[in-house]
Design a protein around this ligand. Structure first.
Ligand SMILES: NC(=O)c1ccc[n+]([C@@H]2O[C@H](COP(=O)([O-])OP(=O)(O)OC[C@H]3O[C@@H](n4cnc5c(N)ncnc54)[C@H](O)[C@@H]3O)[C@@H](O)[C@H]2O)c1
Ligand SMILES: CC(C)[C@H](C(=O)O)[C@@H](O)C(=O)O
Ligand SMILES: [Mg+2]
Length: 358
C-alpha cells in the first residue's frame, strides 16, 4: 500500500508527523514517501505542485495531505500560490467526492460553540462536490469592464457552473452514503437565485427517485447556515456544491468543538483518495507545537477505511482518539477546565499509546 505523504506548510508538517506516528504504530505494510507541496513546493522547485510531487500522488493508493498556504505568498500570481497545489491535486486526480464528517465526541460537548444538548450525539456527514462550481468554472479573470454599472473600469469575474453528470454523480454518492446511515439527505442550494443551483436541485430530485428508501429535502444555503447552529441534529447527510460545502464544513466544525477535529476524505471513482484535515495551515499557531493533530489522525483512519481496505485499523484509530479524549487530554483549542492541556506531539503519543489498549 503506497501512501504519498505531503506535509505542506504552517502546521502541516507538525500534524502530519503525528498521523504518520500513529500509522507506523499499526504495523501494517505501508510504504510512505514524503514530498514537498504548497509553499514548500514553491521554495523547493518554484512551483506549488512540483511535477515529481504530482507523479508521486498519481502513483499512490492514497495521499495523506497536511495543509498549504501562508500569508507571505499572497502577493504571488494565482498559479504560483500554495493553495493551487490542493486544487490542482483534486482536479488532476478527479477527486470529486469530498466527505467531511462532523461528529461531536461526547467528551467534547462542552467544547462546542453550541449548548451541549444541541450537539450531544451529533453525527452529520457533509458531502461536498469538489471539482466543479465557481472554483473551476471558466472564464475567469480581470479585464476592463465592457458593460455593467461602471463601463471602462477594472472588473474581476469567476464563473459558477455545474453540468448534469457532475451533479448526478455526487448525488448518487450522497444517497448511497445515506443508505448506510439515517437515510436522510438535505440538498443545499441557492436555487431561488442561481441558474446553476436550479439545475442542481432538478438533478438531485431526479436521482432521488432511484433511492425511495432515502428521504430528501432541499434547503437554501443561507437557511442551512442558520439551521446548522439552531438545530444541527436535524441533518444526516448534507450534499452541496464546492463553495457552499467549503463554508458550511468550517461552520459545522465548531459544533464538534474545533476545526482541529474535522477530518476530510476526497475520493475519485477508483477509490483513490486524498486525506487531509478540513482546516488550513494556521500560520498564526505554526511552530508553537499547539495545533490539534486529531483531524489529521482521523483523516488517516478514513484513508485506511476508504482507500486501503483496512477497516479494523481505521476503527482502532477512532477508538484510540475516543480513549485519549476520555482520559481528559486536550490540545489548546479544545481545552476546558478540569482537563489536561497537551501539545501536538503529546496528543500524537497518547493516541499511539491508546492503540495498545483499544
Ligand atoms: N486544504 C488546505 O490546505 C487549506 C485549507 C484551508 C485553508 N488553507 C490555507 O491556510 C492558510 C490559513 O488560512 P485560515 O487562517 O483562513 O484558516 P485555517 O484553517 O488555517 O485557520 C483558521 C483558524 O483555526 C485555527 N486552527 C486551524 N487548524 C487548527 C488546528 N489543527 N488546531 C488548532 N487550531 C487550528 C487557526 O489557528 C486559525 O485561528 C491560508 O493560506 C489558506 O488558504 C489551506
Ligand atoms: C485552501 C482552499 C483552496 C481549500 C478550499 O477552498 O477547498 C480549503 O479551504 C478547504 O476547505 O479544503
Ligand atoms: Mg475550507
Amino acid at each position: 500500500m503506497k501512501i504519498a505523504v505531503l506535509p505542506g506548510d504552517g502546521i502541516g508538517p507538525e500534524i502530519i508527523a503525528e498521523a504518520v506516528k500513529v500509522l507506523n504504530a499499526l504495523n501494517l505494510d505501508l510504504q510512505m514517501e514524503t514530498a514537498p507541496v504548497g509553499g514548500a513546493g514553491y521554495e523547493a522547485s518554484g512551483h506549488p505542485l512540483p511535477p515529481a510531487t504530482l507523479k508521486l500522488a498519481q502513483e499512490a493508493d492514497a495521499i495523506l495531505f497536511g495543509a498549504v498556504g501562508d500569508w507571505k505568498y499572497d502577493t504571488l500570481d494565482r498559479p504560483l500560490r500554495p493553495e493551487q497545489a490542493i486544487l490542482g491535486l483534486r482536479k488532476a486526480l478527479g477527486l470529486f467526492a469530498n466527505f467531511r464528517p462532523a461528529i461531536c465526541y461526547k467528551e467534547l460537548t462542552h467544547a462546542s460553540s453550541l449548548k451541549p444538548e444541541l450537539v450531544a450525539g451529533l453525527d452529520i456527514l457533509i458531502i461536498r462536490e469538489l471539482t466543479g462550481d465557481i472554483y473551476f468554472g471558466q472564464p475567469r479573470g480581470r479585464r476592463e469592464a465592457p458593460d455593467g454599472h461602471f463601463p471602462g473600469s477594472e472588473e474581476a469575474f469567476d464563473t459558477m457552473r455545474y453540468s448534469r453528470p457532475e451533479i448526478e454523480r455526487i448525488a448518487h454518492v450522497a444517497f448511497q452514503a445515506a443508505q448506510k446511515r439515517d437515510k436522510r439527505v438535505t440538498s443545499v442550494d441557492k436555487s431561488n437565485v442561481l441558474e446553476t443551483f436550479q439545475l442542481w436541485k432538478d438533478v438531485v430530485t431526479e436521482v432521488a427517485k432511484q433511492y425511495p428508501d432515502v428521504a430528501l429535502d432541499h434547503m437554501y444555503v443561507d437557511n442551512a447556515a442558520m439551521q446548522l447552529v439552531k438545530e444541527p441534529k436535524r441533518f444526516d447527510v448534507v450534499v452541496t456544491g464546492n463553495m457552499f460545502g467549503d463554508i458550511l464544513s468550517d461552520e459545522a466544525s465548531m459544533l464538534t468543538g474545533s476545526i482541529g477535529m474535522l477530518p476530510s476524505a476526497s475520493l475519485n471513482d477508483k477509490k483513490q483518495g486524498l486525506y487531509e484535515p478540513s482546516h488550513g495551515s494556521a500560520p498564526d499557531i505554526a511552530g508553537k507545537g499547539i495545533a490539534n493533530p486529531l483531524a489529521t489522525i482521523l483523516s488517516a483512519a478514513m484513508m485506511l477505511r476508504f482507500s486501503l481496505g483496512q477497516e479494523a485499523a481505521a476503527l482502532k484509530i477512532e477508538a484510540a482518539v475516543q480513549q485519549v479524549l476520555a482520559d481528559g487530554l486536550r490540545t489548546a483549542d479544545i481545552y476546558s477546565e478540569g482537563t489536561t492541556k497537551v501539545s501536538t506531539a503529546q496528543m500524537g503519543d497518547a493516541v499511539v499509546k491508546a492503540l495498545a489498549s483499544v
